[in-house]
Every structure is written in C-alpha cells, then in structure tokens.
Design a protein around this ligand. Structure first.
Ligand code: ATP
Ligand code: MG
Length: 356
C-alpha cells in the first residue's frame, strides 16, 4: 500500500515556540515506517516578531497556505505584549476565526502509574457564548451598568456535542487497541448551568443531548452536570471524567483548572479543530523567562502532534507517541526542569524518539 503523505504547516511563533515546534517536526520525521506515513513540512509565519517585521501578526499568506496546501498544522506560541500595541492582536484567535476552528480540545492526562491517575479531555466550544464580545456600558439610575451578550446557538451546540461524541468513540478505539487507561467505556459529560440560565444553557443542554442521541453514539454514556458542582467533582474525583463538553466560558475555566491537576503547563497539549482540519498547539505560552536555554519541556508539543494525528484518523501513530511520552514520564530519568529534572529539551526529545 502506498504511504499516505500528510503536509503539515509549522508555525513556531515566538519564544519557546521556536524550540518546541522543531521538536514536533523531528517527532513526525522519526515515526516508524511501519505506520506507512510520509510528512512534508511548510514553514509559516505568525506572532509578535512577525508583526514587528511585517506589520501583520497573521500574514494572509499563512492563512492561504494552511487553507489550500496543508492537511494539518502545529502552532507554537505567541508572546502577548504586556501593554496594548496598536494594530496587534492575537494571531491564534484570528486563525481560529478564519479557518472556523470551532472546537478547542484539551486532553489532561497523568501517567497511569500515578497514585490517582486521570485521563480526560475537555471539548470547549470556541465561537460563541460570552466570547462574542458584545458588551456595552451605560448610565443606570444608580451609576454605571455594564452588560455582555451570552449567545448560544443550536448549530454551534450541535456540532461541538457531535465532536465530543466522536472523540469519545475514538478514545475507546485507542483503548481497545491496547493503550492502558482508567476508563472501560466511553462517556461524555455535558456541562451547563441550565438551572439558572434556562434559555441559553438550556439550549446547549438540550441540543447536546439531541446530538449525542444519534445511534452512532449508542455505546457512549451521556451524563450531564451543573458547572459548579462539576468543578468540585473535577478536583475531588478527576478520575471519573472521560470526555467533557462545555460552552466557551465554562470550557475555558475548566480546561485551565484541569491542567493544574497534572503539574506542569509543559505537559498539556491542545488542538484547535474545525471540519476536517486540526491545529495542534501546546497549552503554554511563549515562556520568555526560559526561552533560548534549551530547557523548555517539549512534551506538551509532542502530545499536540499526537492529537493532531488523531484528527487525521491516524490513531495508531498517535497511540505510539502517547506511549513513548508516558514511557519517558514513568521512568522519570530524563525530565525537564519544570518537572524537577535537569534534562534539556533535546535530551527529553531524544529519549522519547528512542522509545518510538
Ligand atoms: P505568554 O505571555 O506567552 O503566555 P507567559 O510569561 O505567560 O508568556 P507562559 O508560557 O504562559 O508564560 O508560562 C507560564 C510559566 O510556565 C512560565 O514560568 C514558564 O517558564 C512556564 N512554562 C511554560 N511552558 C513551559 C514549558 N514547555 N516547559 C517548562 N516551563 C514552561
Ligand atoms: Mg501565559
């Protein structure tokens, strides 16, 4: 069978993005040939440095090439200047809009040998809710009043819940292929606050239920939880959760909270996903405090590579990467400084490549 060729856009961005994205590329190049995959790479620009050089944080050419030539992409990080800079706005936010990457997917996983292992993924709606940014301030009878619109639509709620269901099935497929896990069967938890917001969160809840009632998802357990009690349980019994689906704001808060459960930002991957296209992105920022020292933990990026491959239906390749990363963490001999070790970015990468 001819090898499948995948063309990957590489957007290192700023800071440690320039160190971890090359590690991601090397990982793809090192995948065993038995997987029958070939990769081509396109170097693309975005970020604050790009803005300073060209006047655009996200050059049109980057978007065009991603749209027309790439099967997927990896995004490093961009620095956010501490004071507003005229004309500069986050290129990843713009990229999500322009490519309609409507889901932010964030797996949070410990090693299975941890005392209380966890293995969950948060699927966050990324286009609406309070983030439509329609705010206004006016003078009320007792002083200033500010209001913001919370917009929830059937369309966005349906597609995000459907994606959560698909992710649950895919995670089960990876488990069935022998990957160790704490979960036996797929489950999706729908998060909302419809006891208070009966119309907006009520629509999200009902629509998510409808989407997940599709016979395709008959093996998926669907449960729901009010967001506040969910936070409590997330911290007390994180091992309960498999796939969590949430509207934008709750998803934002839950995903940062859940990331704290596993120790370092340097471990947590994410993917920005739309119809048939995914951009893998480590959850951390550009980390200017450690840039240029070759000590950034590359694992968040390596796991983002695996996540991107999952969305390309390359589960076997993804499973190999997850296992190699877990092997490194479980052995614990070559860890980067954020995890208490003294290994360099390159040493951690080499160790993981050796385990493929
Ligand atoms: P930005 O504005 O780009 O988000 P930041 O200063 O907020 O930059 P983050 O990247 O968000 O920095 O990181 C927060 C902290 O976590 C920093 O101290 C950083 O060094 C650390 N950190 C982030 N990513 C990693 C990583 N991959 N490996 C090791 N430490 C990391
Ligand atoms: Mg930050």
């Amino acid at each position: 069978m001819a090898a499948r060729t995948l063309r990957i856009g590489l957007i290192p961005g700023d800071g440690i993005g320039k160190e971890v994205i090359p590690a991601g590329r090397r990982l793809l190049e090192a995948l065993p040939s038995s997987l029958n995959l070939k990769f081509e790479f396109v170097d693309l620009k975005a970020g604050f440095e790009t803005f300073e050089q060209t006047g655009a944080a996200l050059p049109d050419k980057t978007v065009e090439i991603l749209k027309t030539e790439c099967d997927g992409a990896l995004f490093g990080a961009v620095s956010s200047p501490s004071t507003a800079v005229k004309g500069y706005s986050s290129p990843i936010v713009a990229l999500r809009k322009r490519l309609d990457l409507y889901a932010n997917v964030r797996p949070v996983k410990s090693v299975m040998t941890a005392k209380n292992p966890i293995d969950m993924v948060i699927v966050r709606e990324n286009t609406e809710d309070l983030y439509v940014k329609e705010e206004k301030t006016f003078d009320g009878p007792d002083g200033k009043v500010a209001e913001a619109i919370k917009r929830i639509s059937y369309k966005a709620s349906f597609r995000i819940a459907k994606m959560a269901g698909e992710i649950a099935l895919r995670r089960q497929k990876i488990r069935d292929s022998g990957a160790p896990s704490i979960h036996k069967s797929p489950m999706v938890t729908v998060t909302h606050k419809s006891n208070v917001l009966s119309q907006t969160d009520g629509l999200f809840r009902a629509t998510a239920r409808e989407a997940l009632a599709d016979p395709r998802f008959k093996t998926v357990d669907v449960e729901e939880q009010i967001v506040d009690s969910m936070v409590y349980k997330l911290f007390r019994q994180p091992e309960t959760y498999d796939v969590i689906v949430a509207p934008n704001l709750y998803g934002d808060i839950l995903s940062d909270g859940a990331a704290a459960l596993v120790g370092s930002l340097g471990l947590v991957p994410s993917a920005n996903v739309g119809e048939g296209f995914a951009i893998g992105e480590p959850c951390h920022g550009s980390a200017p405090d450690i840039m240029g020292k070759n000590i950034a933990n590359p694992i968040a990026t390596l796991r983002s590579v695996a996540l991107m491959l999952e969305f390309m239906d390359e589960e076997a390749a993804a499973a190999k990467i997850y296992a190699a990363v877990d092997g490194n963490l479980e052995e614990g001999k070559l860890l980067s400084p954020d995890l208490g070790g003294s290994a360099t970015t390159t040493q951690v990468l080499e160790d993981i490549l050796g385990r493929l």
